[in-house]
Design a protein around this ligand. Structure first.
Ligand code: FMN
Length: 191
């Protein structure tokens, strides 16, 4: 029997409605309390061995420029990218009123190290879906460097942590195209 019921329908609509978008009201602040609630949802993601590996750092106001300057300096130290890319990095976090850096803790066990990242990625999806219900646009991006020492310090993360995503947040202002999904294929083995 196909899944039915209004809760499922509402959830399906929500999952499909979430978009990767930076079309936001640049002037309207995203309250830190709202972001804290969203980060709280992330902590309800499944997490093998309950390692609680997620790390969060919120940047708004001038903090966003500081994030850009620090990332750019880390790129220079790592000899990563060219002058154009580094200059772009300095200002890129100003594109939305809030930028959430989500990190993951390292683990000595190789499997748990990888699973920690899976748990954080699942947590990020909770954030994105929760944000969508509130009318917030979100954009999950991978930073140029995932272990930039200066940025990790700025975020108050451990030096061994890694960045899983930089999430741009702002109140949605406009729709963006919906990338269609490929035809669903499921192998179903019954005997
Ligand atoms: C781990 C991860 C990293 C991503 N990094 C980027 C990125 O650096 N730049 C970008 O344009 N989109 C990035 N995206 C967003 C995808 O481009 C986006 O999800 C995809 O185009 C589908 O669009 P939709 O999210 O609106 O369905 C990332 C998504 C994930 C899951």
């Amino acid at each position: 029997m196909a899944a039915t019921g209004s809760l499922f329908d509402d959830f399906s609509d929500l999952v499909r409605a979430r978009r990767t978008s930076m079309m936001v009201d640049k002037e309207r602040e995203v309250p830190a309390e709202v972001v804290a609630e969203l980060c709280g949802l992330a902590t309800w993601a499944p997490n093998h061995k309950k390692t609680w590996p997620w790390r969060f750092a919120l940047f708004s106001g001038d903090g966003r420029a500081r994030l850009g300057e620090t990332m750019s300096a880390d790129m220079t130290s790592a000899d990563f990218g060219d002058d154009v890319k580094r200059a772009k990095t300095r200002t890129k976090y100003l594109r939305t009123p809030a930028t959430l850096v989500v990190g993951v803790a390292a683990h000595d066990n190789e499997m748990l190290h990888r699973e920690n990242r899976d748990a954080v990625a699942a947590g990020i999806q909770n954030i994105l879906l929760g944000a969508t219900t509130l009318g917030l646009a979100t954009f999950w991006s991978t930073p140029a460097l995932t272990q930039p020492p200066g940025v990790l310090e700025l975020c108050e993360f451990d030096p061994t942590d890694r960045i899983v995503g930089v999430i741009y947040l702002g109140w949605a202002a406009g729709d963006c195209p919906v990338p269609e999904r490929p035809q669903l294929q499921i192998a179903h083995i019954t005997d």
